[in-house]
Design a protein around this ligand. Structure first.
Ligand SMILES: Cc1cc2nc3c(=O)[nH]c(=O)nc-3n(C[C@H](O)[C@H](O)[C@H](O)COP(=O)(O)OP(=O)(O)OC[C@H]3O[C@@H](n4cnc5c(N)ncnc54)[C@H](O)[C@@H]3O)c2cc1C
Length: 493
């Protein structure tokens, strides 16, 4: 059904919405404040009926994206200063080529540490920057670092050859056989190049996420192999004990952080909270909810909108962890995720048995909502409804949810959303149908402005598949919402 429905709901809206605004509905839009269907019993009920309050944001010292980029840039400047300090003069073409190669080598050595730190699951970064943005920075930075590594090798070879009045080929042989640790570093360089190639979009699309992920782990081996050549042949380190100390401290610190946040913390949480599947419920075609019980879950301080990386300890699933958002605010002993079957992992969750143990890594993500005193628009596409469902139930103030789905069958949580809207005076619109059925852009700026009066004064939260998120952000910008008030999460790293 793609036509206008929900007239009786509109009548209820007048009674329950503090800002009643009866308006004609465009094709494909139904909803508005809905009837209360009553809460469900059991775990589902407990997960969905937390009081409508929002936790205060945790007192992290928040370094925004610009602050973090500034710190990274400052580190790069210090690295160049280190080279400057250790290089009294540069002479001739060979000297310039070698100098450029040395600077790039230092930047590459620093860059790999930054790349690993971005993925170390550091809470202030995860919370302040957001996992999806960190992953984008990591991917982009990875391309730069691999290019810098290749350029470093070529410039050093060329520079040494010019200085030694020999050919690049014989200089290559000399470097590999006579210079300490350079052979290992060369292997490391090729490993990094290989990881860079398999991470390119075209190559990545041809392999499963897990294959790519495990190949990607060779980066750690590459970093270890390349480490010692920096001290053995790097002019900035050979005679500078303090530089060697600080460089080693930088590598060691990041290694400890990775081990702590990616391994120790999840294992400690597993022991403390005893995460266990307590039930699976079908929500719609190809969509299920998994209820995960545990002890002291409030200590996790998970917020609506955040996600965990879930590792279900069955014979076929234990070796991979996947990100799924909380689809209801967590209770003290139960959490809920809702999953659409898009591949092997998501499909197999329907077969989970109660009692399955789970390692839950998180909470992660900066896609959380604070009470800004403004009206709030939540814009969900498909299974992107999951974090917004949790936010919708807890965010105080007037909240409008627009839920875009391809067909009525694809709408999940309809009863819950209507119940939340009725209980809280919120508004839900279902924008259902294909572009052809709706007769135009399903999320046009005009439609958004029509559904949400005063839209340009709202905070907007968008979640869904990457294409939908990009289109919705564009439409919101065109409708006058400033970029800084549009918060979005895409279900893809
Ligand atoms: C922050 C975040 C929150 C998410 N929340 C939800 C949710 O609440 N409900 C839901 O249904 N889906 C959610 N997803 C998407 C979900 O993680 C993927 O659909 C799922 O991992 C697909 O795995 P698969 O093996 O079933 O499919 P595959 O066919 O193997 O993968 C499909 C695509 O999913 C991505 N993907 C696969 N495995 C992983 C992984 N381990 N880590 C990261 N990305 C991966 C890749 O882009 C891949 O191309 C979320 C994704 C992210 C990034």
């Amino acid at each position: 059904m793609t036509g206008v429905t929900g007239h009786s709901a509109q009548a209820r809206q007048a009674a329950s919405d503090p800002y009643p605004r009866p308006r004609p509905r465009p094709p494909g839009v139904s909803g508005g404040p809905q009837g209360h269907t009553g809460p469900r019993r059991g775990a589902a009920h407990r997960a969905q009926v937390r009081p409508p309050s929002v936790r205060d944001k945790r007192a992290y010292v928040r370094l925004g994206p610009r602050g973090v980029l500034a710190v990274i840039g400052l580190g790069a400047a210090v690295v160049i200063a280190l080279w400057w300090h250790s290089t009294p003069d540069v002479r001739g073409l060979g000297g310039w080529l070698t100098g450029a190669g040395e600077i790039l080598g230092l930047l590459a050595g620093y860059g790999v540490v930054v790349l690993v730190a971005l993925m170390a699951r550091l809470p202030p970064l995860e919370r302040g920057i957001g996992t999806d943005r960190l992953a984008r920075w990591h991917a982009m930075g990875g391309r730069y670092v691999v290019s810098v590594v290749v350029a470093h090798g070529l410039l050093i070879l060329w520079g040494y050859a010019v200085q030694a009045h020999t050919t690049v080929v014989s200089e290559t042989a000399a470097l590999l056989t006579q210079y300490p640790d350079v052979l290992m570093a060369t292997v490391a360089g090729f490993l990094l190049l290989g990881v860079g190639i398999v991470s390119m979009r075209a190559a990545r699309r041809r392999m499963s996420y897990e294959t790519w992920y495990y190949l990607h782990l060779y980066t750690y081996l590459a970093i270890a192999l390349a480490f010692s050549h920096q001290f053995a042949v790097g002019v900035s380190f050979i005679n500078n004990l303090a530089a060697r100390f600080w460089w080693s401290a930088m590598y060691l610190t990041v290694a400890v952080l990775v081990a702590w946040y990616r391994v120790a913390v999840p294992l400690r949480a597993f022991a403390r909270h005893e995460f266990t599947v307590i039930g699976v419920k079908a929500e719609g075609p190809g969509v299920i909810s998994v209820y995960i019980g545990g002890r002291h879950l409030d200590e996790l301080a998970a917020e609506p909108g955040q996600f965990f990386r879930w590792r279900f300890l069955t014979r076929s699933l234990w070796w991979s962890s996947h990100p799924y958002s909380l689809s209801a605010a967590p209770g003290s002993d139960v959490m809920r995720i809702t999953v659409k079957d898009l591949g092997d992992h998501s499909r197999s969750l329907a077969r989970l048995r109660p009692g399955t143990r789970v390692i839950a890594e998180g909470p992660y993500g900066a896609f959380t909502a604070a009470d800004s005193g403004r009206g709030v628009l939540l814009l969900a596409g498909g299974v992107g409804i999951t974090p917004l469902r949790a936010i919708f139930a807890t965010l105080p103030g007037p909240v409008t949810l627009i839920y875009r789905a391809s067909s009525e069958r694809d709408i999940v949580f309809r009863d819950e959303l209507d119940a939340i809207a009725a209980a809280r005076g919120g508004t839900v619109y279902y924008v259902v149908g294909s572009r052809a059925e709706i007769g135009g852009n399903p999320l046009s700026p005009r439609l958004l402005r029509r559904l949400v009066p005063g839209l340009d004064q709202h905070e907007a939260y968008v979640c869904g598949p990457p294409g939908m998120v990009a289109a919705a952000v564009g439409a919101l910008r065109a409708a006058g919402v400033p970029r800084k008030r549009i918060h979005n999460e895409s279900f893809e790293f």
